[in-house]
Design a protein around this ligand. Structure first.
Ligand code: OSB
Ligand code: MG
Length: 378
């Protein structure tokens, strides 16, 4: 049950972790081999909580990046939380609303406070979300490879691991043929593609060739602001059109649906400003009959745990980009998640239901900063 508990944050600890990926991840905007991850721990008068920012080290997916976030956390966001007095996670978005943008940074702070709050209330995020689904269907996002043969092999490995749905990253020069080959090798797998804004409306004739491969969807082929272009694509392709980068708020969902720019929405909680906004986006899409699925940002176990609970909501009718720990890391900062029968169990412990391995976090931290009440720069 929700309570009227209020928390007073005393300190936010911002850490940047260096985590080698099991396999290099190549998208149209770059290749990552070692991921830098920003996590937040809040210390409150009712205990601690953890959040994960999902921000990347360079502004290549969206405009946010670590060095900018570091500054925004310390100079703009955290001082506002300290000034607000005792609060709940439900208040964080409106307290931070005067600061424009920086939704992933805001999400990380709300997430840490929500974790502390739920722990203090002895309940789980899964209970808060309020569903009875105990595991959710998941997929895997497969990066661009040097050769198509290598891609076919990598996909075969993931299918052997039990993933019912494969997402292929595409870009100009690596699209129709790779998709054709993967489809030929796997006639029955659920298959979708993600272009991370690599195309323009001039490519619509080219992209129409993907209609031959019975794809679940094509994700964000055009720029983050190009809703009109996605609406045109939707009229000219039979493959359902899904938006990722374009959806950074509840208002973007309203606009996208009004313009007919999307058949499907990818919900990444950080991208829309937090898990509470993500629930709102879900509710709006469910009411509008628009299917949603949970995107991923190569999270640690903190973000993955929260995503699993979110994805237990009824509108999440497509498998999420929420893969087993071993697809990302040889060692994570929480216990490992495993895929069983194409699904991952929703954590049910208090808060987000994970225990952070603080000794390992300390080992892989390359930058640590404390922002304490009354001290603007830690
Ligand atoms: O576009 O979905 C994306 C990772 C980083 C940035 C953007 C994206 C992704 C992924 C990874 O596709 C999905 C995952 O976390 O498994
Ligand atoms: Mg995407």
């Amino acid at each position: 049950m929700p309570t009227d508990l209020l928390l007073t944050p005393a300190m936010f600890e911002l850490r940047r972790l260096r985590m080698p990926l099991v396999r290099a991840f190549r998208t149209s905007f770059g290749t990552e081999t070692v991921r830098e991850v920003m996590v937040v721990r809040v210390v409150t008068d009712h205990g601690d909580g953890w959040g994960e920012s999902a921000i990347e080290s360079a502004p290549l997916y969206l405009s946010e990046f670590h060095n900018a976030a570091d500054y925004v956390f310390a100079e703009h966001l955290i001082p506002r939380l300290f000034a607000a007095g005792p609060l709940r996670a439900e208040h964080v978005a409106s307290i931070l609303a005067p600061v424009k943008g920086h939704r992933m940074a805001k999400s990380a702070l709300e997430m840490a406070i929500l974790d502390a709050q739920l722990r203090a209330e002895h309940r789980s995020f899964h209970q808060m979300v309020g569903t009875t689904r105990t595991s959710v269907p998941v997929g895997v996002s497969v990066g661009i490879t040097d050769t198509i043969d290598e891609l076919v092999d990598v996909v075969a490995g993931y299918i052997a691991d039990g993933y019912p749905r494969i997402k292929l990253k595409i870009e100009p020069g690596f699209d129709i043929e790779p998709v054709r080959r993967v489809r030929e090798a796997n006639p029955d797998v659920m298959l979708q593609v993600d272009a991370n804004t690599a195309y323009s409306v001039a490519d619509i004739d080219h992209l129409q060739q993907l209609d031959a491969f019975d794809l679940l969807l094509i994700e964000q082929p055009f720029g983050e602001d190009n809703l009109v272009g996605h609406a045109e694509l939707r009229r000219r392709m039979t493959t359902p059109v899904c938006l990722d980068e374009a959806i950074r708020s509840v208002d973007h969902v309203h606009t996208a649906l009004a313009l007919g720019a999307a058949d499907v929405i990818n919900i990444k909680p950080a991208r829309v400003g937090g898990y509470l906004a993500a629930v709102e986006v879900h509710d709006l899409c469910l009411a509008a009959g628009v299917p949603v699925w949970c995107g991923g940002m190569l999270e640690t176990g903190i973000g993955r745990a929260a995503n699993l609970a979110l994805a237990s909501l009824p509108g999440f009718t497509l498998p999420g980009d929420i893969s087993a720990t071993k697809r990302y890391w040889t060692r994570d900062i929480t216990a490992a998640f495993e895929v069983i029968d194409g699904e991952i169990a929703v954590p049910t412990g208090v808060g987000f239901g994970i225990t952070v391995d603080t000794a390992f976090v300390e080992e892989i931290t390359f930058e640590r900063r404390e922002v304490t009440r009354g001290v603007v720069r830690g």
